[in-house]
Ligand binder design. Sequence first.
Ligand SMILES: NC(=O)C1=CN([C@@H]2O[C@H](COP(=O)(O)OP(=O)(O)OC[C@H]3O[C@@H](n4cnc5c(N)ncnc54)[C@H](OP(=O)(O)O)[C@@H]3O)[C@@H](O)[C@H]2O)[C@@H](O)CC1
Ligand SMILES: Nc1ncnc2c1ncn2[C@@H]1O[C@H](COP(=O)(O)OP(=O)(O)O)[C@@H](O)[C@H]1O
Ligand SMILES: [K+]
Length: 500
Amino acid sequence: MQAIEARIFAADMPVAALMEKVALQIAAQFQVRYPLVDYPQVGVLVGPGHNGGDALVVARELHFRGYGVQVYCPFERLKDLTQSHLRYATTLGIPVQPHCALADCDVWLDGLFGFGQSRNITGTVAQLIDAVNATGAPIISIDLPSGIQPDTGQVLGTAIRATVTLCLGLWKQAFFQEAALPALGESTLVDFDIPAADITAVMGSRPLVQRVDHRWALAALPLQRPLTVHKYQMGNLLLVCGSTRYAGAAILAGLGARASGVGMLSIAVPAALKPLLNQQLPEALIIPCSATATGEIQALPASLDLAAYSTIGCGCGLTQGPQAVVEQVLAQGQTVVLDADGLNIVAAHPAWLSRAATTVLTPHVGEFRRLFPAIDLADRLAAVRAAALQSRTIVLLKGARVAIAAPSGQVGVIPESTPALARGGSGDVLTGLLAGLLAQSHGADPVASSPIEIVQAAAWWHAQTGRSLVVDRTQLGVDAETLAIALIPALKQLIVANSG
Ligand SMILES: NC(=O)C1=CN([C@@H]2O[C@H](COP(=O)(O)OP(=O)(O)OC[C@H]3O[C@@H](n4cnc5c(N)ncnc54)[C@H](OP(=O)(O)O)[C@@H]3O)[C@@H](O)[C@H]2O)[C@@H](O)CC1
Ligand SMILES: Nc1ncnc2c1ncn2[C@@H]1O[C@H](COP(=O)(O)OP(=O)(O)O)[C@@H](O)[C@H]1O
Ligand SMILES: [K+]
């Protein structure tokens, strides 16, 4: 944004005019959300840079509209434009205080720091932030909550916990980092007509980090089958999963795969699980495998032709016993999705990931650390990209903001999700779902989506299904089986809601 802004100013857009244009929009949104009758007293936090300048323009507008405005500015040196706005506010009679003796305010406007923040916040400024947070009144942050590092989302010592954040122009990366989530509140983008040419000049035609939205995701799903297909052209998926100890993981991955619409589903499990799997998934071909005394897969049947499958999903509920099975699967020439114990096994054998075909790894943070111990997770987006580049695989990092990176360095983020998904088994559903979708992309459709687009679509669909279940069933009601069964009705709703 700094580079884009520099281009706009170099093209002679006056800095003050851009600030005015943006801040008037913020003032308008402020008045809609916090009308004068209910929120007559406004506290405005002003920083030394242009974030503070924005805040002062809003303060001036709110003053003219009849709000009681109190400005807090704990800085002596301000940028020139910010200083001008402060002088004018003072001449209008708006009270300005340096620090923390806070008046009773009904709502706060946070204009301390925006995208120019990088240093730790200390002293009076930190005290001011903590004191405002402690008031319990709503806080609107301009651009970013002050104290949030714009790229990594890390808290710089302390941070405003915003009720609403109005992000200006383009989403800053912090909005997709888990570290920032508690500070962001409801986040909205304020568009101020950045010329597309300036964005492209700085970011290229395709930004390296992108939000996965409904347009991308729905376009990547195989919603229209060719009229004359047969089942093997709509994906032939093999799941290798389960153990006596973790039988449910195999069922949940199977239910996820069912929702993908895959043409043919086979599931290799320890022989003892076959009746259970048959009962739960009557459409699937259950392949009984020899088992160890502790109920883990010992070996895949010698007669099983792994090359016949378009995709293999491996790892859910496997335990760490079947190492040779994971090695055998990765030695095949088709797309492999590796999850859970498949990841834990491969962490000790990274060379197995050197393969020509597509590999998708779906670690949560713990599995990620075992797989990529040298990669720092403080910046999740940078970390997932580094992992994809290092392993030459597609890496899906699970969590509150799922991030998916391809070996090209491209990263997609799922911006909306729900903590209701933080529950055993919901990852197994995702693995089955995305493996089933990937299997279909090797079918009859000549304009199939790329693997990363499909993985992103699966993660988006999974998260959206969680969100829609919360609406019907509260955050307590999103167990993994319910999630798997809800995938299709939720997809229907998503298609209807986003059509036209
Ligand atoms: N293009 C756009 O999107 C538009 C942008 N606009 C607005 O401009 C904002 C960016 O403005 P900005 O560049 O002046 O940076 P901003 O964040 O206000 O402050 C940086 C100042 O804070 C200081 N400072 C930093 N950390 C500190 C600390 N811990 N403790 C103490 N001081 C600290 C830092 O000092 P320095 O590090 O340089 O010593 C510097 O003086 C942007 O977020 C948006 O609100 C709109 O007006 C128009 C459209
Ligand atoms: N706080 C959260 N908010 C949103 N989604 C979450 C959160 N925590 C976990 N998830 C999602 O829930 C799923 C959990 O997967 P995983 O940890 O593999 O569970 P399991 O192995 O038990 O199935 C992942 O899709 C992950 O992204
Ligand atoms: K701010």
